[in-house]
Ligand binder design. Sequence first.
Ligand code: G3H
Ligand code: 13P
Ligand code: ZN
Length: 336
Amino acid sequence: MRQLLDEAAKGGYGVGAFNVNNMEQIQAIMEAARETKSPVIVQASRGARSYSQDRFLYHLMLAATELYPEIPMVLHQDHGNSPETCKSAIAMGFTSVMMDGSLMPDGKTPSTFEYNVSATREVVEAAHAKGVTVEGEIGCLGGIEDGHGAGVDALSHLTDPDQAVEFVRLTGVDALAIAIGTSHGAYKFSKKPTGDTLKMDRLIEIHRRLPTTHLVMHGSSSVPKDLQDIINQYGGKLKPTWGVPVEEIQLGIKNGVRKINVDTDSRLAITGAIRKVFWEKPEEFDPRSYLKPAREAMKKVVAQRMTQFGQAGHAGDYVPIPLDEVARGYQQHLAA
Ligand code: G3H
Ligand code: 13P
Ligand code: ZN
């Protein structure tokens, strides 16, 4: 992932990191990447790894590399809750891991700065030895609806720019997730966010202080009204809600954001498409009759984000460097 983010920084664009749990989601992302000629980050949460018994996911990813050889692709561990989780991902062949030491291993309790540095540093040492990239997090996201986040108000654990500088210096992370008022899931904001609720000024300040660190925006689904409407039109019960506007993400990309995490928008697209088939054709019972439109709906929203983030058209810019070569690069950097 480090190479992919360095290239994105050179080109001034962002790269979407899309969550997957099953074959249809991987296919949706790979088809979107092919259509838009995008490099791509495919990420799996701990929940996704357990849902897919790890090995199913791994072999689906191998199939993706075989079938889409022209697409530079990262397999990333999303929200690793402990060094052990990250090390198991590295052992399985993930090319990037997130050590989310902003929370304790329970994935809920905000940790101390000291714990975060020590857990993240341990992962950086293990990962870089294998050429694997590390994302760390400082500050906590809001919300507990999907089991990630501190269960606190999204504004109460914003990233402190001084701590961010110190954290990067002490850990050597390749990418840094920051808390600027976003939360995971569909219910991020009760109205369109303003500077009071989505702290883009904080992001700009962190980038000013850490101009060469790749920043990561979590909880960055836009929760579009049209996708909410499809779900509700066909029997769903989503409450009114707002996500992160794409133009704010684009402002982030102008200010050092290179990885943008999106899961909820894919979930909304899939659920809306499935509800539509169930509503309009209640006689259907072949899973393909609703999984195909679901896959197509996810592909559409992912392709749209790839274009909006600027990664479209960049798949052919470079040849992925093998991990052992990357590992040697990290060693030389340390020795220098
Ligand atoms: O960051 C959270 C992602 O949306 C993954 O959520 O743990 O429900 O798979 P999950
Ligand atoms: P969303 O819930 O906004 O899609 O965020 C996903 C995420 O941050 C995964 O780590
Ligand atoms: Zn996240």
